[in-house]
Design a protein around this ligand. Structure first.
Ligand code: ADP
Ligand code: MG
Length: 348
């Protein structure tokens, strides 16, 4: 079986169009070219770009913070706080820090809103498939049948007073893959702003937060990746400032067996990848934790229900690209999204 991985540096469905800004010339604090650093963390390629306050110490601090969060929230490392919670499933509540508590609380609210299509207790099914990892494989039906009863977000109990998380059934496992990068993007954006940075881009493998505007005061232009072509082919762009842009798609992480391809957003009811019209969906929101949870949620809901769901949420917009190369966008993007590829058809 041939497994194809596109997990680490590979294609984030979005990339930023960087237009150089005309200004009177770089000084120590305001330069036309960003101070930029990329590191492989959280299973993806993370790039931070500072357009003002270009001090390497700020990047040191930001990357240290990302590493620390990874050590708390990952399932792919030993001894993380998240593993501790999972290992205590069916046994006892575990005291956790604010980061883990907040993420799980937010995730559970999206589980309720999507009636369980988004479910952070998907861990046992994610582990069977391992999509995006070298050991990825198609599990047997018996394995899936054994894991499915463990998937149920209503069996997660949070105690706010003690700051504990308890997974009520043995064998349950939280997986924060759909939400941890969004949370981290918000933390890093806040950190940069607290350090005085006013113009910056936070890119966690396509999970993007635009701090402020470009140096000249105009909005950032963010390209929406063509899900059917290699990186840097875009279908169009949007203009944003102080916003999060997050994409989920079927071409990000997948397993190809030769007979079929399986992507990484899994149906908690069947244990198999969701199969619907969506090739990629991009969420624009004020907070990246919402964008990340929603990109996965909306993908799970499918096109029609997904559009309805996003439209019902205040301050959230979305761009959907279907497998038929049709593009749908929500009301708030009416005068913003510009389609630049003639291979796609904008549906109004
Ligand atoms: P990416 O991690 O590629 O940016 P997403 O944000 O859409 O993509 O998250 C996908 C990840 O979420 C999966 O790799 C898995 O860890 C987790 N996941 C898969 N299916 C679900 C689901 N139904 N609900 C919640 N999380 C899920
Ligand atoms: Mg997500």
């Amino acid at each position: 079986m041939k497994s194809i991985m596109r997990s680490m540096t590979l294609f984030s469905l979005i990339f930023i169009l960087l237009f150089s800004t005309a200004c009177s010339g770089p000084t120590n604090d305001v330069a036309t070219t960003p101070l930029r650093r990329t590191e492989l963390l959280m299973g993806t390629s993370i790039t931070l770009s500072l357009y003002d306050h270009q001090y390497p110490q700020i990047l040191d601090l930001a990357f240290d913070t990302i590493k620390q969060l990874e050590n708390e929230l990952s399932l792919n490392k030993d001894d993380t706080l998240l593993l501790e919670v999972n290992e205590a499933s069916g046994v006892s509540p575990i005291p956790v820090n604010e980061a883990l508590f907040d993420i799980v609380q937010k995730g559970l609210s999206y589980s309720a809103l999507t009636d369980g299509a988004f479910d952070m207790t998907i861990g046992p099914i994610v582990k069977l498939w391992n999509i995006g990892m070298p050991e990825a494989r198609v599990p047997s039906q018996a394995e899936i049948d054994a894991a499915l009863p463990k998937i149920d977000y209503t069996n997660v109990s949070l105690n706010e007073t003690d700051s504990t998380i308890y997974l009520e059934e043995a064998g349950m496992a939280l997986d924060l893959g759909a939400i941890a990068k969004g949370y981290t993007a918000d933390v890093i954006a806040d950190l940069l702003k607290a350090q005085g940075v006013e113009h910056a881009l936070v890119d966690l493998g396509g999970n993007i937060y635009t701090v402020g505007t470009k140096l000249d005061g105009t909005p950032w232009k963010v390209g929406i990746q063509d899900p059917f072509n290699p990186r840097n082919n875009i279908i169009g762009h949007i203009s944003v400032s102080e916003q999060s842009i997050v994409t989920s798609g079927i071409y990000e992480r997948f397993l190809d067996t030769g007979d079929a391809t399986y992507h990484h957003i899994l149906n908690p009811e069947t244990g198999y990848p969701f199969d619907n019209e969506i090739a990629g969906v991009t969420i624009i929101s004020n907070y990246s934790i919402d964008g990340d949870a929603l990109s996965t949620s909306v993908f799970a809901l499918g096109l029609e229900e997904g559009i309805e769901f996003v439209t019902s949420l205040e301050g959230i917009d979305a761009i959907f690209i279907t497998k038929d190369q049709e593009v749908y966008k929500t009301e708030g993007l009416k005068d913003n999204f510009v389609l630049t590829s003639d291979k796609f058809k904008l549906i109004d």
